[in-house]
Design a protein around this ligand. Structure first.
Ligand code: FEO
Ligand code: CA
Ligand code: CA
Length: 537
């Protein structure tokens, strides 16, 4: 790609992917000259944080954090912030003001001992309903105060929740398991932002709430992580496992059937010049697939074709029912292909990947980066970030090249990459997801707690993996998202203390300390290294 094209794509990234077109002029006239400086060279060396196993949110020298919101904080007269926050996405509320906006936050799953107090025996409807309330997402209106710190606008009518009870229509002509809408959204892990400023929130491990359908006899397959909601709310599993679009201004939502049904980690959109969309999404499980949707009409997330990656052949394989005899022989129609995506994708040649999680498009060179977290049964313990280059840089291409961009391991200093984000200067930030039960034990011993890392684009540390944060005990850092001016990194701290044997034996008391229960929270990180890396200081 030419430099001119790189630059144009980068500005497009600034305008569409991160801040909304209305804020481009401010960046061009304001901090953009310093952003150019950062793009050319980072002169100040960043001191890496050493791996840490303390029950704190530790940060690299020069970084600081402020707690924005935590589990059960009141966000309105009637609603509280949910549990296990993951993906965050900030959208400015008014034109040209990067200091006020709406923050969408995913609430992925529940830990019953904290959320409902359920320990063992029969689970009551009351237990289940408490848990249903704590998944989904929060929309919070936030703004910077006089000190420059982000805070909740407490009386804002825009503060609201989506949860396990919210009725959400399916964006599809045909009913899904007999219904035009499903009860609730859950398993909301990572996500994306549309070019028109709505949020895509992805339903990942839905089977732990309502099970999965057994193709053979239509019975329910119960997950080993089952939380038992189906005993009181027998909602069909087919109503979950979708990419859900939410308008943060109204709370209106819809589930996009055309993107298929699986344990979606995220959905990452590229808008084409003609207004059509390309959406990348991964199915986070061992030996599951990577997908790409290409819309046939501008701005449509319902009309188009879904493809699955055949990585060995470097080809996107179509999941279009009408044009595939194998699909016709095994499925009733296109809806059936999409609902039973894990089965249909393998039939057309989808590659079995090592837990494809987050996906980001490199704003400088256009490559598609995919976190492949790990695949322990295949003895891939440390994972990697895969780089995928579409042929001729064309996102509608049906062929591609792929390679390992960064391999996890002791040499590179990280394991199990998960969420990623590019900052305003195109430096790659990513988090790690070593599972709570395996952290601080072999083969993960030397990585200690989960972390946040940056790979500088330029300067003497270009290409190195530098640890910038370390999570509290058992926690995972998720949902990194930059404010429009790049000065704040919003970050979720998810599942601190999740291996606690009981409420009397807590492994974490973060963030309140003392004898308090651990609470998943969102923090705002700022400081000199963030500014230096983006040329903002
Ligand atoms: Fe919820 Fe794949 O992480
Ligand atoms: Ca994740
Ligand atoms: Ca993960």
């Amino acid at each position: 790609m030419s430099n001119k094209k790189n630059r144009r794509d980068f500005l497009e990234f600034l305008g569409k992917g991160v801040i909304g077109a209305s804020l481009i002029p401010m960046l061009l006239t304001g901090c953009n000259s310093s952003a150019k400086k950062a793009l050319s060279k980072i002169n100040t060396r960043i001191n890496p944080l050493a791996p840490n196993d303390q029950d704190i949110l530790a940060l690299a020298d020069g970084l600081d954090f402020k707690l924005l919101i935590k589990w059960r904080d009141q966000i309105s007269k009637s609603d509280k912030f949910g549990f296990n926050n993951d993906y965050t996405a900030f959208t400015p509320l008014t034109k040209d003001n990067p200091n006020e906006g709406l923050l969408w936050v995913n609430h992925e799953y529940v830990d019953p001992k904290f959320v409902s107090g359920y320990i063992e025996g029969e689970k009551s409807k009351e237990h289940v309903e408490k848990e249903m309330y704590d998944v989904g997402g929060s929309i919070i209106h936030i703004k910077r105060n006089k000190e420059g710190d982000w805070e909740l606008v407490k009386d804002s009518e825009m503060n609201r929740r989506l949860n396990g009870f919210t009725m959400i229509p399916f964006n599809w002509d045909e009913p899904i398991r007999g219904a035009k809408a499903g009860m609730g959204t859950l398993g909301n892990c990572s996500g994306g932002i549309t070019p028109w400023g709505t949020i895509l929130t992805c339903e990942e491990n839905y089977d732990s709430f309502y099970g999965e359908r057994n193709d053979e006899d239509d019975s329910l397959i119960i997950s080993k992580y089952d939380v038992g909601w189906h005993a009181h709310y027998p909602n069909p599993p087919e109503h979950y496992g979708w990419v859900v679009e939410v308008d943060p201004r109204t709370g209106e939502a819809q589930k996009h059937i055309a993107l298929g049904r699986c344990a979606h980690e995220c959905a990452t959109i590229k808008e084409l010049k003609d207004g059509r969309l390309v959406v990348y999404t991964g199915d986070d499980a061992n030996d599951e697939c990577l997908y790409k949707f290409i819309s046939s009409k501008p701005g449509s997330l319902s009309e188009g074709t879904l493809y699955v990656a055949n990585v060995e052949e470097g080809r996107w394989e179509s999941l279009d029912y009408e044009s595939n005899e194998v699909l016709k022989a095994n499925f009733k129609n296109q809806t059936d292909v999409l609902v039973r995506l894990r089965k249909s994708s393998k039939m057309v040649g989808g590659s079995l990947l090592d837990r494809p999680e987050d996906i980001e498009i490199d704003p400088i060179n256009g490559n598609v980066l995919v976190s492949l977290t790990n695949n322990v049964p295949k003895e891939n313990y440390f994972g990697a970030i895969m780089k995928l280059e579409e042929t001729n840089g064309d996102y509608t291409s049906l062929t591609f090249k792929s390679d390992t961009y960064l391999a996890g391991g002791v040499e590179t200093g990280f394991a199990c990459p998960d969420n990623m984000a590019f900052d305003l200067a195109g430096n790659l930030w990513f988090t790690s997801d070593i599972s709570g039960s395996k952290m601080n034990a072999e083969p993960y011993l030397e990585f200690k707690n989960n972390g946040l890392f940056v790979v500088p684009r330029t300067g003497e540390q270009a290409g190195q993996v530098i640890q910038m944060a370390s999570a509290p005990t058992d926690a995972e850092l998720t949902g990194p998202f930059f404010s429009p001016d790049g000065k704040t990194l919003f970050l979720s701290v998810q599942h601190p203390g999740e291996t606690s044997p009981s409420l009397d034996e807590l492994t974490s008391h973060w963030p309140d300390g003392g004898k308090e229960m651990p609470k998943p929270s969102v923090v705002c990180i700022s400081g000199k290294p963030l500014d230096v890396l983006q040329g903002l200081s």
